[in-house]
Ligand binder design. Structure first.
Ligand code: 13P
Ligand code: SF4
Length: 303
């Protein structure tokens, strides 16, 4: 399979970009693995002709927005995102119109149409910096993740009007299981993604994007970690730190198997199929793309 993928990549001058929530074997075969911010930068700067995006739809869409000359394909067109789905463009437009004197900040986990209606985009890696870049006298709308919004409000001391969206993976981590785990593994540091609810974040030793969590583990002298994000990151943590131990945080069903059902739709077989036929191409209305590029560029310029 790897030989076939290599042949197809050479044939089409293609690059494979993968998010940390992909299956381990996909992460291992990718040319680049990163968090949402790193992936959008990589997509903007690649000189490959084809970008095979192993992530979810809004990520592939972002790659197309920042690099329209490339063919962007995704292994499974149905790989969506509960956060992106929580902000339908029509409702979002009405919300923005209701708050005319606000700066509209959207988390990158949203559709191209929602990006096109925003003033600036952020990711979990730079949300704080993006909010801090907005003059203090400006009012702010933040969408679609209410948990990330709440966390950034706390961190920056800024008041924001929040859209009521959430990530179906991060919102169901269990505080009760976390407390039980901390009692069982008292030496373990708790690392969490800011898409988690406050009741998880308040028990955490470190909060950050997927890359920030991995970097934390790499530079820490601690040897045990409870991981409050999609367990795909544990593959990288374990690979880069074979002697350290990682405990995936269970969800409210008590199961330490809290994988993103959208991310995990991508498979090696679908990658081969997509690279063979170059199907599942992301195409955007040019007007929407140009409008969505502006707030994305604004983000890429400040951080
Ligand atoms: P980051 O890649 O910014 O850590 O976000 C995680 C996520 O949920 C992506 O969908
Ligand atoms: Fe969306 Fe959550 Fe899956 Fe990320 S983990 S793609 S935010 S549903």
């Amino acid at each position: 399979m790897l030989t076939k993928i290599k042949e197809l990549k050479e044939k089409h001058n293609a690059i494979i970009l993968a998010h940390y929530y992909q299956e381990p074997e996909i992460q291992d075969m990718a040319d680049f693995v990163g968090d949402s911010l790193e992936l959008s930068r990589k997509a903007a700067n690649t000189d490959a002709d084809v970008i095979l995006f192993c992530g979810v739809h809004f990520m592939a869409e972002t790659a197309k927005i920042v690099n329209p000359g490339k063919k962007v394909v995704i292994p499974d067109m149905d790989a969506g995102c509960s956060l992106a789905d929580s902000a339908p463009p029509k409702l979002f437009k009405k919300w923005v119109e209701k708050h005319p004197d606000h700066v509209v900040v959207s988390y990158i986990n949203c559709s191209a149409e929602v990006k096109a209606l925003s003033d600036i985009i952020c990711t979990s890696a730079n949300a704080k910096k993006v909010i801090e870049s907005i003059p203090k006298d400006k009012k702010i709308l933040f969408a679609p993740d209410r948990f990330l919004g709440k966390y950034v409000m706390k961190e920056t001391g800024r008041d924001m009007v929040l859209w009521n969206g959430s990530c179906q993976v991060h919102e169901i981590f269990s505080e009760k299981e976390l407390v039980k785990m901390k009692m069982k593994q008292p030496k373990a540091k708790v690392l969490a993604h800011p898409e988690c609810d406050e009741n998880i974040l308040m028990h955490s030793d470190f909060i950050g994007s997927t890359s920030a969590l991995i970097n934390y583990v790499n530079s820490s002298d601690d040897t045990e970690f409870i991981i409050g994000t999609e367990p795909g990151v544990i593959h990288q943590m374990q690979k880069q730190n074979p002697k350290k131990e990682f405990f995936p945080l269970p969800n409210q069903n008590g199961c330490a198997c809290n994988e993103c059902p959208h991310m995990r739709l991508n498979t090696v077989e679908k990658i081969i199929d997509t690279l063979s036929s170059l199907k599942n191409e992301i195409n955007l209305d040019e007007q929407t793309r140009i409008k969505a590029l502006k707030p994305l560029n604004k983000m890429l310029e400040i951080v």
